[in-house]
Write a protein of this length. Structure first.
Ligand code: SF4
Ligand code: SF4
Length: 446
């Protein structure tokens, strides 16, 4: 076993040692309830978790169902009277149970397939929406960077790259020395960890984290909630880094007084934030930031913010529940007199970007609002055009230019795969055909 694997074992053993077996973590677990596990059996499930941690796998049947259902919401961690990071413990236990249940090669093949699919979609979507100089800047190896602050994008936000451009604008407005780094060569290794392929995870996610340190940056700002959670729980707790690590929203909220002095007049709007708990102080930070934007009124809406830490990802296995959350959010926003939904993360933005095809609502990311309040931003959200449907002329014209600049060609098969990727995700959308037809025509141009 590697030193890294030993340390994970030790983290789980520490949790088991402190656990009193009260069962509160299981009682509050939203996904255990979603699949019908009985909260009255909480002590039995936690007993099985303790047995797996101390004696090894395979997991007992009830525990295995709980582990499979987990989507990382962290409600368990918040409920634990002993302040145990239960989400972290469950994540490690899930990996152990998988390891005991099947040969590592099976997980490695699954992880490689999932990674390959994600990398192809990200590469294509980024190449359709970003100029080559910006893309090259983002993909440059982390260890070659020199700035004090490293803004780490992760992989998947590059499907909606206007968000990255907004963050760069905001950091520019703060006159900070920063580099931006991301893309699949700097993956956080989430698929490998989830599929219990620990050796490959160590060469990916663990290595990405080490490369941050090699850049010499004193602060690493994350964007992606999954990367943030993984680095926090599977890296920072394994070995304390030399740099500070935190989500960009928390950093911006800490710099709100400076931002406020640079805000310019804004149009009147009433906004609802699509909230997800579970990642540090992101909800509070985004609320704080938006509350300070001129002429912006935050509309309060009771919503199901504890079901998952973000849309998609591990929560995508609960399609019906996600759909209900999105519909309730949009309908609740309209009933409350809001005109805009503000998304926190990129996966939520992808899920909700098509809402304006269905409801009289605008959908923007919080970075759109802050960048524009600073007199910057305004980067076209092509993904929203894809998702909302309608005339695709603007999206296709931009894609033609960006694809040429990036030396990337789309063929009909890649358009088909991309269409499925974009429109099969849970969320609100307009016409799938509008995207498929317009981009198939672009592919046929050769
Ligand atoms: S992280 Fe959320 S889904 Fe996973 S065990 Fe904890 S409460 Fe349940
Ligand atoms: S809530 Fe905490 S102490 Fe109670 S069973 Fe869960 S992990 Fe153990």
């Amino acid at each position: 076993m590697s030193a890294y694997a030993d340390r994970l074992e030790a983290l789980a053993a520490e949790a088991a040692d402190r656990c009193t077996g009260c069962g509160k973590c299981f009682e509050v677990c939203p996904t255990a309830r979603e699949i019908g596990l009985d909260p009255g059996e909480a002590k039995a499930r936690v007993g099985e978790l303790l047995a797996l941690t101390l004696d090894g796998g395979p997991a007992a049947d009830g525990l295995q169902k709980w582990l499979n259902a987990c989507d990382g919401s962290a409600r368990c961690t918040d409920a634990c009277p002993e302040k145990i990071n239960v989400r972290q413990w469950v994540t490690i236990a899930k990996m152990k149970a998988l390891n005991a249940a099947r040969p590592r090669e099976v997980g490695a093949a699954n992880a490689a397939g999932r990674f390959r699919h994600m990398a192809q979609a990200v590469r294509l979507l980024a190449s359709m929406q970003l100029p080559s100089e910006t893309l090259k800047k983002i993909l440059e190896p982390a260890e070659r960077r020199t700035a004090e602050i490293l803004f780490y994008t992760g992989c998947n936000v590059l499907r909606t790259p206007h968000i990255v451009l907004n963050v760069m604008d905001i950091l520019d407005a703060l006159e900070l020395d920063f580099d931006v780094v991301g893309g699949t060569a700097h993956c956080c290794g989430v698929y490998q960890f989830q599929e219990a392929d620990l050796p490959t995870y160590e060469r990916m996610g663990h290595r990405t984290f080490q490369r941050f340190g090699q850049s010499g940056a004193s602060k690493v700002l994350t964007w992606c909630p999954t990367c943030t959670k993984n680095f926090d729980e599977l890296e920072k707790d394994v070995e304390e880094p030399f740099f500070d690590l935190g989500h960009i929203s928390e950093f911006l909220a800490a710099n709100l007084e400076t931002l406020k002095t640079r805000f310019v007049d804004q149009p009147k709007r009433r906004v609802v934030i699509h909230e997800h708990l579970g990642i540090g102080a992101t909800v509070d930070s985004i609320r704080k930031l938006l509350s300070a934007v001129p002429n912006l009124e935050l509309v309060e809406l009771v919503q199901d913010s504890g079901f998952s830490y973000a849309c998609g990802g591990q929560a995508a296995k609960f399609k019906g529940r996600e759909q209900a959350i999105h519909r309730a959010l949009a309908e609740g926003a309209i009933a409350a007199g809001a005109d805009t939904i503000v998304t926190m993360y990129h996966s939520c933005h992808r899920a909700l970007a098509g809402a304006e095809a269905v409801y009289p609502l605008k959908v923007v990311n919080f970075t759109d609002v802050i960048a524009e309040a600073l007199g910057r931003g305004g980067h076209p959200d092509y993904y929203r055009l894809y998702k909302a449907g309608g005339a695709m002329d603007e999206a296709v014209t931009a894609a033609r230019t960006f694809l040429t600049g990036n030396g990337v060609r789309v063929d009909e098969a890649s358009v088909q795969s991309l269409t499925a990727d974009i429109f099969d995700e849970t969320g609100l959308a307009g016409s799938r055909e509008a995207f498929a037809q317009a981009f198939t025509a672009l592919a046929r141009e050769g």
